[in-house]
Design a protein around this ligand. Structure first.
Ligand code: EPS
Length: 379
C-alpha cells in the first residue's frame, strides 16, 4: 500500500491518496471523523483548533460505503483558508499581505532556517506551511481507513500519554484500560497525573513556553510472522520507527523496553518462551515489545514515542533575522502549548498505516474477504 499526502497548513485543503487497498473494505466515514475530532482535542491546543472542524471528504475509490480497489482520495478542507486566500492562493497574491505574513526571524527547532537555505526562499512561510503539524490531520484521516482494514482482521490499536514535560503517568494498564485515555483532558489515564499535567501546561502557557511529552502505543491481535528478517527493508520495527519518526517534532521512538536494553544483561531482558497445547507458544513478559528479528511474535506490539516541545514559543528564543542577519527574537505565531494528546492519535494512525502495508505485503488479496480468509488460516 502506498500513502501520499499533500497540502499546506493555510492552503485550500489537505489531501491523501492511498493506493493498494483491496475491494470490499467497508468504510465508515464517521469513524474517521471521530478520530479527526480527537486529534483536535486535548488540553493545551491553540486557537487554530477553534477555527477548524476537521471532517474528511472521500473523493475517489469508495462507493456505497465500500472500497472498489482503486486509489482512495481523502480531502480535508482548511476552513482557515478563507482568512489566508489573499496570500496563500495559487493565483497572484497580495504583496502587502504576503509581506505582513512573512516570517524571517527563524524559530530555533523549526524547519524555518534550514528550509529557507535549502529551497532558496526569503520567507520561511514557504517552508513552514508544509513543515506544520497541520499535515497530521490528513495522516489521521488515512489512519482511519487503515484502522478499518485492521479491525476487519480483529486487530486493535490503543495508547495513552505517559509523560508531559516531566509529569508522568506511571500506571501499568491492560489493553482494555487504554480506552480511558481518550476521555481525559491530557490523554493520561491516571486522573491525579492528568491534573498535574494540566497545571504544568497552564504554567508553561503563562510563561510563553511549550511542552514535550511521551506516548505509548499498543497493538493487540497481530499474529506472528509479520515483517521479515530476510532484508533490512522488510523489518517491521525499522518501518515503524521510520514512520513514527516522520511525525512532526518526534525525536525518539522505542520498541518495547527500548533504550533500557542497553543497560541490562541478556538474562534480565529477553522474554522466555513457553508452550501450552491450547495457547501455543507464548511469553510471560514482553520486553521485546512484540517484535523479534524484525517480525511480530504474536505478543502485543508496544511502542513509545517522544515529541519535543513545539518550537513556536510565545516568548521567542534568540535567533537571527534571515534578511538583516541581525540578532533577533524568534517570530511567534499562534500555536499550541501542548499537542501530546494529538500525538497519541497521530501515532496510532501512523502505526495502522505501517501494519496495513506489512499485512498486505504478506497476504496480498484483491478483496477483503480473501485477506481475511488468509489471515484466519495463520497460526
Ligand atoms: C496544527 C495547526 C497549526 C498549528 C500547529 C498544528 O495551526 P496554525 O499554525 O494556523 O495555528 O496549531 O502547527 C504547528 C505546530 C506548527 O509548527 O506549524 C494542527 O492542525 O495540528
Amino acid at each position: 500500500m502506498k500513502l501520499t499526502t499533500a497540502g499546506e497548513s493555510h492552503g485550500k485543503a489537505l489531501v491523501a491518496i492511498i493506493e493498494g487497498l483491496p475491494a470490499h473494505l467497508e468504510i465508515d466515514v464517521e469513524r474517521i471523523n471521530a478520530e479527526l475530532a480527537l486529534r483536535q482535542s486535548g488540553y493545551g491546543r491553540g486557537g487554530r483548533q477553534k477555527i477548524e472542524r476537521d471532517r474528511v471528504e472521500i473523493l475517489t475509490g469508495v462507493r456505497n460505503k465500500e472500497t472498489l480497489g482503486s486509489p482512495v482520495t481523502l480531502c480535508i478542507y482548511n476552513k482557515d483558508y478563507a482568512n489566508w486566500e489573499s496570500c496563500m492562493s495559487d493565483r497572484a497574491c497580495d504583496e502587502n499581505i504576503m509581506q505582513a505574513k512573512s516570517l524571517t526571524k527563524v524559530r530555533p527547532g523549526h524547519a524555518d532556517l534550514t528550509g529557507i537555505l535549502k529551497f532558496e526562499q526569503t520567507d520561511a512561510r514557504n517552508i513552514l506551511e508544509r513543515a506544520s503539524a497541520r499535515e497530521t490531520a490528513i495522516r489521521v484521516a488515512s489512519g482511519g481507513v487503515f484502522k478499518q482494514y485492521l479491525s476487519a482482521l480483529g486487530i486493535q490499536i490503543g495508547g495513552y500519554v505517559k509523560e508531559i514535560c516531566g509529569i508522568k503517568d506511571e500506571g501499568k494498564y491492560t489493553f482494555e484500560e487504554l480506552a480511558k485515555a481518550k476521555t481525559t483532558a491530557t490523554g493520561m489515564i491516571d486522573e491525579q497525573s492528568s491534573r498535574l499535567a494540566e497545571e504544568k501546561i497552564s504554567a508553561l502557557k503563562k510563561d510563553g513556553d511549550t511542552a514535550g511529552g511521551i506516548v505509548e502505543i499498543r497493538v493487540k491481535g497481530v499474529k506472528s510472522g509479520f515483517g521479515s528478517m530476510m532484508t533490512y527493508a522488510e523489518k517491521l520495527d525499522a518501518n515503524l520507527a521510520q514512520a513514527l519518526m516522520s511525525i512532526q517534532a518526534v525525536k525518539g521512538v522505542e520498541i518495547g523496553a527500548g533504550f533500557a536494553v542497553g543497560k541490562t544483561s541478556g538474562r534480565e531482558i529477553h522474554d522466555e518462551i513457553y508452550f501450552e497445547e491450547e495457547k501455543g507458544y507464548y511469553r510471560e513478559t514482553n520486553r521485546a515489545g512484540g517484535i523479534e528479528g524484525g517480525m511480530t511474535n504474536g505478543e502485543e506490539i508496544v511502542l513509545s514515542v517522544a515529541m519535543k516541545p513545539i518550537p513556536t514559543l510565545m516568548k521567542g528564543l534568540k535567533t537571527v533575522d534571515f534578511l538583516t542577519k541581525e540578532q533577533a527574537i524568534a517570530s511567534s505565531e499562534r500555536s499550541d502549548v501542548c499537542a501530546i494528546f494529538a500525538l497519541e492519535i497521530i501515532a496510532e494512525a501512523v502505526v495502522a498505516q505501517v501494519l496495513a502495508d506489512c499485512i498486505s505485503k504478506r497476504l496480498g488479496g484483491d478483496t477483503m474477504s480473501q485477506i481475511k480468509n488468509r489471515y484466519d488460516l495463520l497460526p
